[in-house]
Design a protein around this ligand. Structure first.
Ligand SMILES: [Zn+2]
Length: 261
């Protein structure tokens, strides 16, 4: 009888240990999976604040926003923005980082914004746009990410509308397709001035990165007038990025959006 009891005890012990092991493994797998944000399902933008602990994603100065023109403060003839882009700046490489297509730049291009210099690091794309102007969503938004020597960020946001073909996009998309995680070295000169043909009118506000950790150290400059690119060019980018790689609109709260013209 004693032996049978012992045996039973052993079976119960083994069973619970094995069970606990598998339980802790499931939790570990689950939590590592949970920290991987995305644009769909349970890890989509509306869940970022809960899955990205210690991020700013639940802050009150978040981006993107819907810019309502009549609620902006107009500032005329005093531009804080100077774009110093050189046609001889090199693009280093392009990567599909699983969230967007991103082109990284070598040193050379910079902007001067509110008495500070910010260096162009990379450009990437969202389809459709993240910012809205008067509620209007555009087919595409280009983000030109600049960083100053203290690590603060200024992003130029350029909206894209469908029309004639853009030579700039023909060039950028000549490096596609790219699979998730794939990188291609480019090391070629690129003139980005086509993006700034109508850059006199722009909106500015203080916000955040539109991807986790949603850090609230971003000065946003969103140009009022979209650039033109073809439907095919929009589709080619779209086919290389996650579907709907945009973050939902965030509350403006008590922030002031300025319109510079
Ligand atoms: Zn972006």
């Amino acid at each position: 009888m004693k032996t049978i009891l012992k045996l039973l005890f052993c079976i119960v012990f083994l069973f619970t240990t094995a069970c606990n092991n598998s339980k802790s493994k499931t939790i570990a797998e689950h939590s590592s999976h949970e920290t991987h944000w995305s644009y769909e399902g349970e890890t989509s933008p509306i869940h970022w604040a809960e899955i990205e602990k210690n991020s700013d994603c639940d802050g009150n100065r978040q981006s993107p926003i819907n810019i309502i023109h009549k609620l902006t403060d107009s500032v005329h003839g005093k531009s804080d923005l100077k774009i110093h882009y050189s046609p001889s700046t090199f693009i280093q490489k392009v990567e599909n980082n699983g969230h967007s297509i991103q082109f990284n730049f070598e040193a050379g291009d910079s902007i001067h914004y509110k008495n500070d210099t910010y260096f162009l690091k990379q450009i990437h794309f969202h389809e459709p746009s993240e910012h809205k102007i008067n509620g209007v969503i555009y087919p595409i938004e280009i983000h030109l990410v600049h960083v100053n020597k203290h690590g603060n960020i200024t992003v130029l946001g350029i909206l894209g509308e469908e029309g004639d073909e853009s030579q700039l996009f023909e060039f950028l998309e000549s490096f596609l397709p790219l699979k998730n995680g794939e990188t291609k070295t480019i090391h070629q000169k690129l003139d980005l001035s086509d993006l700034f043909k109508h850059s006199d009118d722009y909106y500015t506000y203080g916000g955040s990165l539109t991807t986790p950790p949603c850090t609230e150290n971003v000065s946003w400059v969103v140009f009022k007038h979209p650039i033109i690119l073809s439907v095919e060019e929009v589709l080619k980018l779209r086919n290389n990025m996650p579907v709907n790689n945009y973050r939902n609109e965030q509350s403006v709260n008590n922030r002031i959006v300025e319109f510079n013209y």
